[in-house]
Write a protein that binds this ligand. Structure first.
Ligand code: ASP
Length: 645
């Protein structure tokens, strides 16, 4: 069991900016190189970490081969405090690890000179449970003796430690001894830096792409909130609107009305009355905002297009187009038509490379702009849309192409919720979630973002921040490639779906029969049935598939299995709901599965299947459909509610 988190200090908890220091103090490049070689990139640096070397001795050592640099070397060694700084994440990391019940230590290569110069920055060590500085012990990483001394001093076994360091050789040495070790990469640090400057209000130098969903732009009142949000920060430069969504439950989205219009025209009926209703919605927004915009001409053009056969996407896209025009007028910023920069081929397949070039070229000189979501065009100007909910994709594409620091996706909830709010009333939002965790939850039915919106930002290493237009002060959820922050409740989220059927096959000595599983799985593949989960034992294998896709082919599948393999027993169990409990912190916590099952037993829910993913990122539980809601509530409660009391 993990008991302790151990941090390296330089470049992990303290920013060590010697390059910037040299640049600031020595204008000549060749001198900077000489000094870097004489000091920071010199083996003597490690020597001074691993021995107790006072200042004068250090100056003499470093300048022995380069006596002409002695005065600069002395200057640098006596001004070290100028190139150290505490990272904004340092204390939050320490506190997060402590909150999680871990002891927190440092294990650092540090010289006496650096120590004496930087004591004022090291006050965070007071909040830790202890640690070792190399010069005090006269040994340094990656020497295994140093790690062993640490373990002895704090009575820890290597396997009880998670060790964070930025150097490969130190990580490898820790792993060799049996510690879990995490390499703190520069990517991870810049992501943390972004996150902390985002949450602490230091947004000045950032570039954000902000996408607003339909409910955020459904009425003039919502437009006002959007304007306040955009104008609250200089960094919010590119704004991607959806079409007006629902204003109240039972209301119709403009995109749906546009599709209706198009169908109506296709059936040879006059779509005018629906068109009037749509125009009325926009006119209400325009007059509510006090703008003097007239959309008569646009509506005339839209109607003309109805007569064309291939105008379905064009028609649907006008929802975003018109909303974008209104928003740009209201914000008083440029309007850039997505048809000019988001590229499709004539078959309607999105063209990533061409788009990236177009977007970069079009936006390089534009300070702030509104770009409607959901559509683009092919070379001949024909409009194509993404699939429904596709404004998320446009936002992600723009964020990726301009290299945004963050992609803010504004909606009507304060982030991705830990559980479905229709089951768990007042479910809390998740603070930070990794892409992998999100994928597990979305796959199991949690609806958050359009799936295709993840890729363009993930690829570019840009985090997504889900925010609530109606509660702009809520921090929302940060979706990132990775994070050091454990989830506060061990489980990051829980989601599930009903309607599965489990097929369990038993055969004595199944494990001795080569190709047995393959033969069974082949049958499902031949019938084009997707396998959702496959827990197995020594003499049993189970296959979980969607009931709908299985039902029609049931008898043929069973007959094929019978003809391919011999079995002792086969059993079908239908109406199974699969629930995924997802969490990056689960693997380091003892007893997670035990807590889940205790909670379910207590709620009188019978567990039909358990499958722990090999990534240990999730535990899948099968329960009867009718127990689904009770099970989700019980799991939420055991992790979240019990932690709060
Ligand atoms: N308006 C489109 C839809 O309703 C796209 C979007 O809102 O993202 O699907």
């Amino acid at each position: 069991m993990i008991k302790a988190v151990v941090f390296d200090i330089g470049d992990v908890l303290l920013d060590f900016r010697w390059r910037e220091f040299l640049e600031k103090n020595y204008s000549e490049e060749s001198l900077r190189h000489e000094l870097a070689d004489a000091l920071f990139q010199n083996e003597l640096w490690q020597y001074c970490d691993a021995h107790d070397v006072p200042l004068e001795e250090a100056v003499a050592l470093y300048s022995k081969d380069v006596p002409h640099l002695e005065s600069q070397i002395r200057h640098i060694l006596t001004h070290m405090s100028e190139f150290f700084a505490v990272f904004p994440h340092t204390l939050p990391w320490i506190h997060a690890a402590k909150d999680h019940g871990y002891k927190v230590y440092y294990l650092s290569n540090y010289s006496r000179v650096a120590y004496e110069q930087t004591t004022q920055f090291l006050s965070f060590t007071d909040e830790m449970d202890g640690g070792l500085f190399s010069f005090q012990e006269e040994m340094a990483k990656p020497d295994p003796a140093f790690y062993k001394l640490f373990c002895e001093r704090y009575s820890l076994k290597p396997e009880e430690i998670v060790f964070f360091d930025d150097r490969e050789e130190n990580i490898n040495a820790a792993k060799k001894l049996g510690m879990r070790a995490v390499c703190v990469t520069s990517d991870m640090m810049s992501q943390e830096a972004r996150w902390f400057s985002m949450t602490s209000g230091g947004q000045e130098d950032m570039l954000k792409v902000v996408k607003f969903g339909g409910s955020s732009l459904a009425s003039s009142g919502q437009f006002e909130k959007v304007k306040n949000i955009v104008e609250a920060e200089e960094s919010r430069k590119y704004v991607i609107p959806s079409a007006p969504g629902r204003r109240f439950s039972g209301d119709t989205k403009v995109t749906d009305m546009l599709y209706q219009c198009y169908e109506c025209a296709q059936e040879g009926k006059d779509p005018q009355s629906i068109l009037d209703q749509i125009k009325d919605r926009y006119d209400q927004i325009i007059s509510g905002l006090g703008l003097s915009l007239n959309l008569d001409e646009d509506f005339k053009q839209i109607k003309e297009h109805f007569l064309k056969e291939d105008a379905r996407d064009y028609t649907a896209s006008r929802g975003e187009y018109l909303n974008g025009k209104i928003l740009s007028a209201y914000l008083n910023v440029d309007f850039i038509d997505a048809a000019d920069i988001i590229c499709f081929d004539t078959e309607g397949v999105y063209q990533a490379r061409a788009t990236k070039e177009m977007v970069s070229a079009a936006l390089s000189h534009v300070e702030r702009a509104v770009i409607p979501g959901f559509y683009g065009a092919d070379r001949s100007g024909h409009i194509h849309t993404f699939s429904r909910g596709g404004s998320d994709i446009t936002g992600a594409i723009i964020a990726g192409a301009v290299g945004a620091d963050v992609y803010e996706n504004w909606t009507d909830v304060s982030g991705v919720l830990i559980a479905d709010p229709s089951i768990v009333k007042d479910a809390e939002p998740i603070d930070v979630i990794t892409y992998k965790e999100l994928r597990e939850l979305s796959y199991m039915g949690a609806s958050v973002l359009h799936e295709d919106a993840i890729f363009p930002v993930k690829e570019a290493g840009i985090p997504i921040n889900i925010r609530n237009t109606n509660r702009p002060d809520d921090p929302g959820t940060l979706i990132a490639e990775m994070t050091c922050r454990p989830s506060p409740y061990v489980m990051t989220g829980v989601a599930g779906k009903k309607g599965f059927v489990g097929i369990t096959i038993e055969k004595e000595r199944m494990n001795d029969i080569v190709g047995y599983c393959r033969a069974v799985l082949g049958v499902f593949a031949e019938h084009n049935i997707n396998i959702e989960h496959m827990p197995s034992g020594i003499d049993t294998m189970s296959v979980f598939v969607h009931q709908d896709s299985f039902r029609e082919q049931e008898q043929r599948v069973l007959a094929d299995i019978k003809s391919r393999v011999e079995y002792d027993h086969i059993e079908l169990e239908s109406d199974i709901a699969l629930i995924a409990v997802v969490g990056r912190s689960m693997r380091s916590m003892r007893g997670t599965a035990g807590r889940i099952f205790a909670a379910l037993a207590h709620a009188n829910v019978n567990v039909r299947m358990i499958d722990q993913g090999s990534s240990e990122l999730n535990i899948i539980i099968g329960v009867h459909d009718q127990d689904f809601e009770t099970a989700i509530k019980a799991i939420y409660s055991i992790f979240v509610d019990t932690k709060k009391v």
